[in-house]
Design a protein around this ligand. Structure first.
Ligand SMILES: [Zn+2]
Length: 339
């Protein structure tokens, strides 16, 4: 994804994912199809929430998933590591008794085959709250600039979101939910070019997922998606989840309120910047969405140093706390309509 405009601390994107004209995975500039960037929230005016703590070993468990996933090597679409990772995720979820939907398709223009994975945890209602992440890693081979070619395992940028969803799955299964919780692992988030190119060659999996959802809804075959919580780069040792300015304001307020309730506020929203990510296709069709992303100022983004050595179980644990704390409120607002 990529971040926005002048305040792009993340001019790093320049070097990293996206290259030429603008920034990489996540640097946003003025982009016609992008949702409007919004002002920051008033952090002094947010609801008080009851903290919901993740089990004490959840961060460590997620960390072990990161170790396993990065052990597969790069997970670019079609690579051996990508295949191994898909099987790993599916096996883990099926081991929990969940049914995994595997959606594989070949992009006609790119001639690249992608796979999204999804699993639903039933709640009182069929309406879903999607917890999403991307599972592909940035391609760091074959680029014209030699500086863009290196061994890259995407410990944070890729594996952390996958790992956290896998560790959260049994916790979510044990709790009673008003909404159905759908875990979705998007493929093809990363730009095929080094440059983000205004997402022209990125966000393949989330675009596909939203389109299929909309088509099924038109046929009356699928309940609505009430909200999306996206996890991307959530395990760095020096965790900092920025306030992502395309994200729905109400969900940003809930994220901040949950961080405060859990005592994790120093790791959240100390900086603000828009980032183009898998939540954009959801926002484009009016689905409230929030991106929990540690991009702004992240020195390891799309660098060879995005390895498990720069990750910490405690960071994954903190994000899990915040997600579990905000989730009941997201259900109340967007599923029960108590907002
Ligand atoms: Zn990336």
């Amino acid at each position: 994804m990529r971040t926005s405009t002048a305040l792009s601390l993340c001019g790093i994107g320049l070097v990293a994912c996206i290259g030429a004209a603008m920034a990489g995975k996540h640097l946003a500039t003025a982009a016609p199809q992008r949702p409007p960037q919004q002002p920051t929230i008033d952090r002094s005016k947010v609801p008080q929430l009851e903290p919901v703590r993740a089990p004490a070993d959840l961060g460590a468990e997620a960390f072990e998933h990161v170790r396993a996933l990065t052990g597969f090597g790069p997970r670019t679409p079609g690579s051996p590591g990508w295949t191994q990772q898909l099987d790993y995720v599916q096996r883990h979820l099926e081991g929990l008794g969940l049914t995994v939907q595997r959606d594989t398709w070949t992009d006609r223009k790119e001639l690249v085959t992608f796979t999204n994975l999804a699993a639903r945890i039933p709640g009182d209602r069929d309406e879903r709250i999607v917890l999403g992440c991307h599972h592909d890693t940035k391609c760091t081979r074959g680029h014209p600039d030699p500086a863009h070619n290196f061994h890259f395992v995407g410990a944070n940028d890729g594996a952390s979101g996958v790992a956290l969803l896998l560790a959260l799955a049994p916790v979510l299964q044990r709790a009673r939910h008003r909404a159905t919780i759908e875990l979705v692992f998007f493929d093809g988030e990363e730009s095929l070019d080094w440059a983000w190119n205004d997402a022209a060659r990125a966000l393949f999996g989330s675009r596909r997922f939203v389109k299929r959802h909309r088509d099924a809804q038109l046929l009356g075959e699928e309940p609505r998606i009430a909200a999306l919580i996206l996890l991307d780069m959530v395990g760095r040792t020096d965790l900092h989840i920025q306030e992502e300015l395309y994200s729905t304001r109400r969900l940003r307020e809930l994220t901040w309120a949950a961080a405060v309730a859990c005592g994790h506020q120093q790791h959240f929203f100390q900086r603000a910047e828009a980032a183009s990510d898998d939540h954009v296709p959801f926002l484009e069709v009016g689905i409230p969405s929030v991106d929990l992303i540690d991009l702004n100022g992240n020195p390891h983004w799309h660098k060879p140093t995005d390895t498990i050595e720069n990750m910490a179980p405690a960071s994954l644990q903190k994000v899990a706390d915040v997600v579990l704390t905000m989730l009941p409120e997201v259900e109340r607002l967007y599923v029960l309509g108590d907002g």
